[in-house]
Design a protein around this ligand. Structure first.
Ligand SMILES: [Zn+2]
Length: 86
């Protein structure tokens, strides 16, 4: 069912998602470990760091971001994990 191999439908050529690193796009945006609010954007609801392919950060900023998050965790600004029964 999931594999309808008879008809190769390829039409989504134009509708490519724009992958733009928000830190590259906006130079005012700083990656700061003290800025938990911005960093929280890159955490899942369980407190995990969102991977680059989803967050759309460039490699450089993703690296800075993970570092900032890890620092923020040590400062108890961000959680390591969120264990809540949903
Ligand atoms: Zn970037």
């Amino acid at each position: 069912m999931a594999f309808a191999t008879t008809r190769p439908r390829r039409k989504k050529r134009f509708f490519r998602r724009r992958r733009v690193c928000r830190f590259c796009a906006d130079s005012n945006l700083k990656i700061d470990y003290k800025d938990g609010k911005t960093l929280r954007y890159f955490l899942t609801e369980r407190g995990k760091i969102i991977p680059r392919r989803i967050s759309d950060n460039c490699a450089k900023h993703q690296r800075q971001m993970t570092l900032a998050i890890k620092r923020a965790r040590q400062m108890a600004l961000l959680p390591y994990t969120i264990t809540q029964s949903i």
